[in-house]
Design a protein around this ligand. Structure first.
Ligand code: FEO
Length: 395
């Protein structure tokens, strides 16, 4: 792809992965980009590589600006292989002995990914590297979202290379926020919900720290998706709001069904929640992807789970979803469970146990219906919906 100038001497030299549709379990309907940045100064520096399969394309992009051999420094802000996979090819091309700057954990983790004995230069938090008229200040951002993650900040241009933070899995013709406008926000939200949600408390602390430091930021260059140059404060404010996880009067009803009984219960619960002024919608795991459902859950006050009992357990798709949701650790949720069964009926009890483990406020023992729900059974579903509605905030 054609390199794009971002600031004086700073270029986007990344690649688009138009066809990726699954990113370790997260659905990426719009593909993604692996953003790599070239700083051309007295010392020429490459910030982050790309996925292995795209390394030659990255090198081709760099070559449109400088001979890759002239690159003096490599910076790795994050070890995950969508940014480091191409490193072997890049280091081979620029020179295996060139200094490779990364965090201390980055050094440790990169060494466990690559056998090459590269010229690692582990940096301190706050450490500075002079490039000429520009400099890089390294900021450790441990667990945002790996132990090795760090940001690199160019104070002379008020520009932040933010690694995965503030990214979006989106590939399109646009490169900047002003070219796409608010249409990018749902992609940024989904990215946050599926990648950064477990680290919400750390994000709030980081934003507070950066605000206290009075660090001016005019451009944010993440490692995926578009670059924030028109209004970087917009995505920072959104991250604060999303990290706070303030519950809304909204419920997400997640279920799967074998013979439509659990589905009938889900629909009755959704309808009754609506009667109580709750924004509610059913999501059937046969049709909705786990990563889209998690995105809906981010600002919901309640998650209501429905599963048939299959072989004394919960339905496999519900189990998959619970594993995914538990890992993402959503906060401040009301929970409840329901489901149809044939003869043993353990699913609701199992789901309640898991919701309690996740510190959800479980407001009802749950509704278990044998075989097909009759009017009484649907009445019990409506009662459950009423209890959930009562536990939600007024707005
Ligand atoms: Fe985009 Fe954590 O890698």
């Amino acid at each position: 792809m054609k390199p794009i100038k971002i600031a004086d001497g700073i270029y986007w030299v990344g690649v688009a992965d138009w066809n990726i549709r699954d990113f370790h379990g997260y659905s990426t309907y719009k593909g993604t980009t692996y953003n790599s940045y070239l700083v051309v100064d007295d010392k020429i520096t490459l910030i982050d590589a790309v996925k292995k399969e795209f390394a030659d394309e990255l090198i081709g992009n760099i070559s449109q600006i400088v001979d890759p051999k002239k690159i003096d420094y490599m910076v790795s802000n994050h070890t995950e292989m969508d940014h480091s996979g191409g490193l072997a090819r890049v280091m081979h091309r620029i020179g295996e002995d060139k200094p490779l700057y990364c965090s201390k954990m980055g050094h440790k983790n990169l060494s466990m990914h690559f056998p090459q004995k590269w010229n690692y230069m582990p940096v301190e938090n706050g450490g500075e590297l002079r490039l000429g008229k520009n400099s890089l200040t390294f900021m450790e951002t441990r667990m945002l979202h790996w132990p090795d993650s760090m940001f690199s900040y160019v104070k002379e241009q008020k520009l932040l290379f933010s690694s995965d933070a503030f990214g979006q899995h989106y590939s399109g013709p646009e490169r900047f926020d002003d070219e796409i406008g608010d249409d990018i926000m749902p992609h940024a939200l989904k990215y946050f919900a599926n990648i950064l949600l477990p680290y919400s408390p750390l994000i709030l602390k980081l934003v507070e720290k950066v605000t206290d430091m009075g660090l001016p930021i005019e451009t944010i260059c993440p490692d995926h998706g578009i670059i924030w140059r028109k209004d970087p404060s917009k995505i920072i404010k959104a991250y604060v709001e999303w990290s706070e996880q303030k519950p809304k009067r909204k419920a997400v009803v997640v279920y799967d069904t074998m013979w439509h009984s659990t589905e009938t219960m889900a629909n009755a619960i959704v309808e009754e929640l609506g009667n109580h002024g709750v924004h509610a919608k059913p999501f059937c795991l046969k049709h909705d992807h786990r990563s889209d459902i998690i995105t809906e859950i981010l600002d919901a006050g309640a998650v209501i789970l429905g599963s048939p009992t299959l072989n004394n357990g919960i339905f496999p798709t519900v189990s998959d979803f619970m594993t995914y949701m538990k890992g993402l650790k959503p906060l401040n949720k009301v929970g409840a469970a329901f489901g149809s069964y044939g003869w043993s009926g353990e699913a609701v009890k199992i789901l309640n146990g898991e919701l309690e483990q996740m510190k959800f406020n479980v407001v009802d023992p749950g509704v278990r219906i044998q075989f097909v729900p009759d009017e009484n059974a649907l009445g019990a579903c409506r009662e459950l919906a009423g209890k959930v509605a009562a536990a939600l905030p007024a707005k």
